[in-house]
Write a protein that binds this ligand. Sequence first.
Ligand SMILES: *Cc1c(COP(=O)(O)O)cnc(C)c1O
Length: 462
Amino acid sequence: MATTEPLLAWEPPLIQPHRVGEINKFGRRPRDKNVTRVFDVDIEALKAKYGSPLFVTSEAKLRGNIRRIKRAFEVRYGNVSHGYSYKTNYISAICNILHQEGSLAEVVSAFEYEKARLLGVPGERIIFNGPNKGRAILERAIAEGAMINIDHLDELQLIEAVAKEQGRLATVSLRLNFETGFTEPWSRFGFNLESGQAHQAAKLAVLSPHIRLKGLHSHIGTFILEPRAYQEQVKIMCKFMRDLESREDVCIDTIDIGGGLPSRNALQGIYLPPEQVVPSISEYAEAICTTLTDETLYRSSTNRPLPKLVLESGRAVVDDAQSLIVTVAGTKRLPDGRQAAILDAGTNLLFTAYWYNHQVELVTPPRGPPEETVLYGPLCMNIDVVRSSVQLPPLQVGDTMVISPTGAYNNTQWMQFIEYRPNVVLVHEDGDVSVIREAENLQSMVAHDRLPDHLRRPEAVR
Ligand SMILES: *Cc1c(COP(=O)(O)O)cnc(C)c1O
């Protein structure tokens, strides 16, 4: 029988040993191709212009993320607001992008409150959380009509005293903590529900002529991988609302469920890739909105309004909108044979390296097959490890890599230790690039130091 298929050229068989990190039931093999662009901008050009390390943020991604999250909730529930969690990343340009998208400011300290006001956010559009609200900032927040979520009894009394002095009615919500059965309860924040503390606090607030209790708040954790945790949270909050309204003369109009939605980042200790582990935003929105609708159905036969749903998502909004460009400063062979590289950025800039296995991609074209590699940071500190095990080709000084996602909790939890903090740039929607936070320099580093007269000269004077 004649064959119509052309014969394939013979290739010698290639046997490759199975290596850690190769394709297996836990996930895909690492890329052995290099990447050249981040957020559609040439990486080497960015590095040449703005230096390394360099945080690169995408305006389009940020706007896309918040729109997607808001839409997922808005199509399922009529009355939704998003408060952007400043502590997740409070670089001014990032906050303002989110404010332009309609997000409130969610702040947890005097500094963050003042920053939101400096950016032009009116008091009524600030959600004031946190366990350490001093008198001075509370005076300002009450005068400016901020939404204050009370953390503890001393704060409740302080708010009452300040509101009384000002002759104002302070509008507040109570932060609650309780057992959902899914996450470790954060009992250090807010009033505990099971012990009756929350009811007591609510009663005090309702009876005070200087306080208007209008909402309930809780934040059950971060990187919550289980939509049912939120379902349980909403159920418990709604039950508390209903009980409270039946006992006291009060109408709750806001249910604030905090943040905690995960990003597509790889938590250490979880072997499946994030695309398989992290549920979609719609799954969370569905769980939350369906439960809220069910649990507030009874209100249609009362004259009570359906509560506004407030989300305070931070991580899911900004994490994948930023990457970090880094450069190899040196390489070595470890005694056990593994390749190691010292990078110009470590846990000083990448606090989340303690929790995540960030994706690391080589920008420089690969010189050979990947091998197991350890990536160290530049600090003189043993725990400064960016990745303890990652597959990378042979590395040389000057090689460029891009680490992602880095947008959540790095630009706020980075530490000024040993090294200057670098430039942060924004890729605008039209592709232009601008600096949104300048690199530190010697001047900015010593700006807060003060030298008493007798220490102005370093020579010892005895
Ligand atoms: C940190 C925090 C958030 C944001 O949490 P994410 O996990 O980043 O979404 C929201 N609300 C409160 C009260 C917080 O402390």
